[in-house]
Structure formats: structure tokens, C-alpha cells
Design a protein around this ligand. Sequence first.
Ligand SMILES: O=C(CO)[C@H](O)[C@H](O)COP(=O)(O)O
Length: 235
Amino acid sequence: MTAADPVKLMKQEVGKAAAALVKSGSIVGLGTGSTTAYTIQYLGERLQSGELTDIVGIPTSFQSEVLAKEYGVPLTTLDAVDHIDIAIDGADEVDPHKNLIKGGGAAHTREKVVDYLADQFIVVVDSGKLVDRLGSVFAVPVEVIPMAITPVINAIKQLGGQPELRMGVKKAGPVITDQGNMVVDVRFDSIDDPVNLEKVLNNIPGVLENGIFVNCADIVLIGEVVDGQPVVRRI
Ligand SMILES: O=C(CO)[C@H](O)[C@H](O)COP(=O)(O)O
């Protein structure tokens, strides 16, 4: 018998814990990634059991839209609502100030729109995503319109970043986002001021959005394995 994958267990538990926080009647931002996939699944199960009623989801990607349809979570759009009660989304890095790097799934542009609009934004991660300083492990994803890819890459190099065009897996050529753009992953030796770097990157003509999320997460739920058992800690 093979042992259960601990990272999968942590993602499952934390995804489920976040889904349990959603109240009936809520408008819910549905994040993207393997952790929020469990959130969407458990929201669907709570709806099916009748424990949860009358929620609508706002997807942050084609992936979350497909999952919501699969698990029976009704969907709406930002044109049809005047607020979002709660958004639940994953992250690639979380620092001690609850600042984030997102965009591992190339969905950070729509995620930023939805997560920042929500009255309450809950981040769901496994403990491997915690860092002392943003950029320690993960590069900063930057979504760029295709005609501007060369000048944007040059501008990023001028800032001291090391840009790399994200390439597809099982697809020749670059990753194309849900908006039809490309993603440049940028490594920085050290991100001392994420608030400023977010603004500087977004100020380069041709950049649509970058994956630094500052001052927006209300709660971070962290999945951990303690004595072989998955547990959820909250900061
Ligand atoms: O930002 C994201 C997608 O753009 C994801 O939320 C992030 O990459 C975390 O994904 P996972 O839950 O699969 O680890």
C-alpha cells in the first residue's frame, strides 16, 4: 500500500476548511489551483447535502469555472453583483505580513480583481508556501500583452529582474492566459519592498498585471501534517 501524499492531504484539508466558512446566501470568489479545487468540490458537496443554500460563485479562471460546473456550484459574473462576500484562493508564497505571490496557474489577473473586491479574502496554502521574504523560492509572474513582450522583458532587466517567458507543458510555445496574453516569470535577488515592486511592474507599458498581492489577505489557512495527521492552522 502506498502512503498518502502529505502535500495532497494538506491541500485537501485546508481546501475543505475554507469551504466550511462559507455561509448560505453568499457571493463567493472561486480561486484557481489544486487547493481551491478541493474548496469548490466541498462547496458542491455542502450544496448537494442541503447544509449550504443560495450561494453563487465568481470564477477566477476557466479552470474554476469548469470545476464549479462539475460540482454544481451556480455561477455569476461581476456585472450581475454589487459585491463579493468572501473569496477563497491559493498562493505560491505567503510572507509573515500575509503578502502573497500568486500566478503559478497564470490566473493572477482575474484572481486579483476578484480577491481584492471581496469583503473577506481567505488564502488557502500548504505549509510549504510560507516564506520569510517574498521571492525566496518563487518568481513573480507578470502577464504581458503579446505585442509588448520584448520591450517588457528589456524593462524588467533594467529593474534588475531575471525574466523568463513561461513555456507550455504538453503544448509547443508559450503559456497563453485566459485573456490571450503571455506570462513572464521574473526572479529578483531580493524583494525588499513588495508594495513598491507591485506598482513598478504594473507601470511598465504592456504589463497587464503581476502576481504580487499586498495588503489584501484577511485570513491565511495553512494545511500542515502533524504526527501523520493533516491539521489546519490560521494566521
Ligand atoms: O495563483 C494561483 C493560480 O494562478 C494559485 O492559486 C497558486 O498557484 C496556488 O496553486 P496550488 O493551490 O495548486 O498550489
